[in-house]
Design a protein around this ligand. Structure first.
Ligand code: MN3
Length: 200
């Protein structure tokens, strides 16, 4: 099915006091995300994948052996990644639900250790990509990092939390300071209720 750009689930200026400016959200959503949708739709036409869901297009076009992924994969996966990213942040949902808190404590030892590991993954992603908190099929939680548009769907994992570490996500507000952006993301921007709802 054709890709469609969803509206942001909150106002462009609603994260301003939390460290993500209206200018960043405007550029990131209206230009970067929109470009993935527009380019994805051009590449989808005649690809043979037109009737599939977005998730299936991503899974079916991901190549575990390619050095460079296809254009259709890159744009479809970045479209999906950004839909999740907008939902995973917000002006509300700041209190971590207790079930999520326990799950993170059990897996990582403490919330601080979880945050340290998440930030380290984001900082350690060389070049563009994402860092994630994922749930494996067996239920365990794990921190991962992926390059460019690659995401947890490619590995059969459930994405609980993802942070965009492409420069376009932080350069306006944090310039080159990716670690500060990641720290602020965890401290101020994450909608923990949304993260908790993703646990299977
Ligand atoms: Mn982005």
């Amino acid at each position: 099915m054709a890709f469609e750009l969803p509206s942001l689930p909150y106002a462009y200026d609603s994260l301003e006091s939390l460290g993500m400016s209206k200018e960043t959200l405007n550029f990131h959503h209206d230009f970067h995300h929109k470009a993935y949708v527009d380019n994805g739709n051009k590449l989808l036409e005649g690809s043979g994948h037109e009737e599939k869901s977005l998730e299936n297009i991503i899974k079916d076009t991901y190549s575990s052996t390619a050095i460079v992924q296809s254009g259709l994969f890159n744009n479809a996966s970045q479209h999906w990644n950004h839909i999740q990213f907008w939902e995973m942040m917000g002006p509300s949902g700041k209190t971590m639900p207790s079930a999520l808190e326990s799950a993170l404590n059990n897996q990582f030892g403490s919330i601080e250790k979880f945050k340290d590991e998440f930030i380290a993954a984001g900082v350690g992603q060389f070049g563009s990509g994402w860092c994630w908190l994922v749930q494996e099929v067996d239920g365990t939680l794990k921190i991962t990092k992926t390059e460019n548009g690659v995401n947890p769907l490619c590995f059969g994992q459930t994405a609980l939390l993802g942070c965009d570490v492409w420069e376009h996500s932080y350069y306006i507000d944090f310039r080159n300071k990716r670690p500060v952006y990641l720290q602020n993301f965890l401290e101020n921007l994450v909608n923990w209720e949304n993260v908790a709802e993703r646990i299977r």
